[in-house]
Design a protein around this ligand. Structure first.
Ligand SMILES: Cc1cc2nc3c(=O)[nH]c(=O)nc-3n(C[C@H](O)[C@H](O)[C@H](O)COP(=O)(O)OP(=O)(O)OC[C@H]3O[C@@H](n4cnc5c(N)ncnc54)[C@H](O)[C@@H]3O)c2cc1C
Length: 479
């Protein structure tokens, strides 16, 4: 089937041939599941080749996760860090995009189950990423949301901003203190970046905006079970990070293990912290791809792959990015965007070679490009090879790298000018509370309250678990 000058209609052939060998002598059919860093690179590498490519993602957009924390802290808007997958891949007529949630794979019939449809493949790339892990305590998720998707970031932003709205109309000093306490669990890059950005939001951007509370008195606690922050970086940079955060007024608690999270705070081995806003930035678990394939995953649920990133016994199936367990020189390849991109690009090259009947490239080799984390408006840490950067230089380097890796000139321009504006004006313009039901709950609680603890509106900080989530998203357990 040919449409609008396209070379073919992969949608048609993929659906039609489910249950039969996908290509049946025609163009090979490549299915890529996941439009994140790994999946997009694989698809791009196959753009314009003599194959039909179908990219399936449960979201219609690619999310630039490294800047999600800036959406959660009202510096950037969702559209600054996410782009429609169709828009990114639209220029290649041989690539189609399906928005559907994959729930399984029929290895015998060679098709992917995606909602109501089965999509046939000749070669399959699984790039479904990872999500946060609560180490067997998924019941903590409603109280301590993690940061993985745009919805997570806007949820955290809403909780954070609502807590201060509630504090402004609160009379009880204890309740006010709890509302103005933010606990971030996990001292890796996401936790450190969140702590620095929350500090800027509440202590730098908000002080002039409230009359009854002083946001500068907000308490920000960063909790880490290990003995130092940023364990992937050298100890000197960890120490610099902790000292910088502490100088900013963030309480850094290392060696502090979370025992339980609830609507009113967090229990740790060092005592309880009353808090209305908890953010989970500890631990990840891979997507259930191992389950779909019927293979045993590693400790984090990742699929063990061979040197060409294919699955043992299934040379037609590849796994890339956070869902793949790749060991190189005895060390696991880290779950970072650069690794996912390199894997996606490599698998695209392997498939391309197969299609062209050429020899496949040699085994996958990951090139580590460095580690970075920003701490605040003037500080970051970076390690690139032997070079270690800190302070303002580190921050400048971090900013340039992140702007460079954003997709599209428009986004680079918007993010760069937003950061410059924030830097000069100390403002955070994306301070929007965007869920109507919660906003009205604040209003009614404010008018009704009489010194009692909040009864809990829809998803309010300190309220009952967020069972009202419109799509059940916040109740999603670790996959
Ligand atoms: C908050 C945060 C900050 C980070 N900061 C950095 C950083 O500064 N630097 C860095 O290098 N890395 C960073 N990372 C890690 C980096 O984002 C990941 O390593 C990278 O996204 C992995 O790419 P991926 O393609 O494997 O998965 P992802 O980019 O997560 O993409 C997976 C895609 O699969 C889709 N999907 C999942 N399940 C299904 C399904 N069942 N059906 C259909 N589609 C599905 C998802 O919608 C998503 O689009 C960060 C991660 C997070 C969460």
């Amino acid at each position: 089937m040919h449409t609008d000058g396209r070379q073919s209609d992969p949608t048609h052939s993929a659906l039609k041939s489910a249950g039969a060998p996908a290509s049946q002598g025609a163009r090979p059919l490549i299915v890529v599941v996941g439009g994140g860093f790994g999946g997009l690179e694989a698809a791009k590498a196959l753009g314009g080749t003599r194959a039909d490519v179908v990219v399936i993602d449960r979201q219609n957009h690619h999310c630039f996760q490294p800047l999600l924390y800036q959406v959660a802290t009202a510096s950037l808007s969702p559209a600054d860090v996410a782009w429609p997958i169709r828009g990114i891949l639209g220029r290649w007529p041989n690539i189609s995009v399906f928005m559907a949630e994959v729930t399984g794979i029929d290895l015998k019939r060679r098709c992917v189950r995606a909602g109501p449809i089965d999509v046939a493949y000749d070669q399959l790339v699984l790039a479904t990423g990872a999500t946060h892990s609560y180490f067997g305590h998924d019941d903590w998720a409603p109280f301590a949301p993690g940061l993985k998707r745009i919805e997570d970031a806007t949820d955290i932003r809403r909780r954070l901003l609502l807590a201060f709205e509630r504090a402004e109309i609160e009379d009880s000093p204890e309740a006010r203190e709890r509302l103005m306490t933010i606990v971030i669990v996990g001292g890796g890059p996401t936790g450190v970046e969140m702590a620095g950005a929350v500090h800027e939001l509440v202590r730098v951007a908000m002080p002039l905006d409230f009359r009854r509370i002083d946001p500068r008195k907000a308490r920000i606690v960063l909790v880490e079970a290990g003995n130092r922050l940023l364990p992937a970086l050298p100890e000197t940079l960890s120490a610099y990070t902790a000292a910088t955060l502490e100088r900013m007024g963030v309480e850094v608690r290392t060696g502090c293990t979370v025992m339980a999270c609830d609507a009113m705070g967090v229990e740790t081995n060092g005592g309880r912290i009353e808090s209305a806003t908890l953010v989970w930035a500890a631990g990840v678990v891979a997507s259930p791809a191992a389950c779909w394939l019927g293979v045993e995953g590693d400790r984090a649920g990742r699929v063990k792959v061979g040197p060409d990133l294919s699955v043992a016994g299934h040379p037609e199936i590849f796994v890339v990015g956070d869902t793949a367990a790749v060991v190189q020189d005895g060390n696991p390849v880290p779950g970072v965007a650069a690794a996912a991109k390199q894997m996606g690009h490599y698998v695209g090259a392997v498939i391309k070679a197969r299609i062209a009947g050429k020899p496949a490239p040699g085994p996958f080799h990951y090139r580590h490009q460095g580690d970075l984390a920003t701490i605040g408006r003037k500080a970051a840490v970076a390690k690139i090879g032997k070079l270690e950067l800190t302070g303002f230089i580190g921050w400048l380097f971090w900013s340039v790298i992140h702007i460079y890796f954003l997709i599209g000139a428009r986004n680079r321009f918007v993010v760069a000018t937003t950061w410059l504006g924030d830097y000069l004006t100390f403002q955070r313009n994306a301070r929007l509370i965007t869920l109507d039901r919660s906003a009205s709950a604040v209003r009614s609680e404010g008018t009704a309250r009489a010194g009692a603890e909040p009864s809990g509106g829809a998803g309010l900080p300190g309220s009952e678990p967020v069972a009202e989530a419109p799509d059940g998203e916040r109740l999603r357990s670790s996959v």
